[in-house]
Design a protein around this ligand. Sequence first.
Ligand SMILES: C[S@@+](CC[C@H](N)C(=O)[O-])C[C@H]1O[C@@H](n2cnc3c(N)ncnc32)[C@H](O)[C@@H]1O
Length: 214
Amino acid sequence: MGRKALPKLNPSVDYSRNFLTAEKLPRPWDPESLFGRAAPLEIEVGCGKGLFMRTASGVNPAHDFLGIEIAYKYSEYAGYRLGKEGRTNAVMVHGDGQKIFPEVFPDASAVAIHVYFPDPWWKKRHHRRRVMNETFSQQIERVLAAGGTLHFWTDVEEYFDMTVELLHAHTKLAGPIDVEERPAEHDLDYRTHFERRMRKNELDVFRSQFRKPQ
Ligand SMILES: C[S@@+](CC[C@H](N)C(=O)[O-])C[C@H]1O[C@@H](n2cnc3c(N)ncnc32)[C@H](O)[C@@H]1O
C-alpha cells in the first residue's frame, strides 16, 4: 500500500524542541537535556506520521516519549505535529532505531518500547531486513526496565508468529499478552495510522505485549 504526500509544514510552528537528528542525541544519554525533567521514558521505533506519539504524549503527560523514524520526511512531520500541539514531553528523532539503541540507550532506561506495524519485508530472502530480529530483540530486552513492556502490533500473521518465536528463543520477555481491539470513538481513534488503515479495510491486526520480568 502506498503513502500519500504529507501536508505542508506551516513555517510559523516552532518544532525545534520536538525534532532532531540521531547525531544530536545526548551521548552519554541524558534525557533531562531533551525533556527538561526526569520522567519514565517510552520509546517508539518506526513512527510513520507519528499518530501514536501525538496521542500517547497527550494522554500520558507524566511520561516522556521518544520516537525514532528512519524516513526523514516522516520524522520531521511527526516532530512538527508534536510542536503544533505544544508537547514538551515528546521528541522525534530522525535515524535508524537499530543503530540508535546500542549507541545511545543505557540498560533499563525505558519503561515501554513500542513497535507498530513494522515493514513486513514479505520475501523470505528479505526477512533479515526486518526490524524484529535477534539482535534488536535483545536490545529491546536490555533497554527495558524490569517490569517494562514491549508493545508489538502487526497486520502480518507470519511476522507476528516469527516475533513470538524470536522473543522466546533469544530473550526472557514474557508473552504474548493479548491486547483487545477497542471500538474507535472518532476517525483518528486508532493506535497508529496503519492500524486505522487495516481496520477501515477490515483486515486482521495482531496485537501483543511482552513484559520484562521484575
Ligand atoms: C509500515 S510503517 C508503520 C508506521 C507506523 N508505525 C504506523 O503503524 O502507522 C513502518 C515505519 O517504520 C519505519 N522504519 C523502518 N525501519 C526503521 C528503523 N530501523 N528505524 C526507524 N524507523 C524505521 C519506516 O520508515 C516506516 O515509517
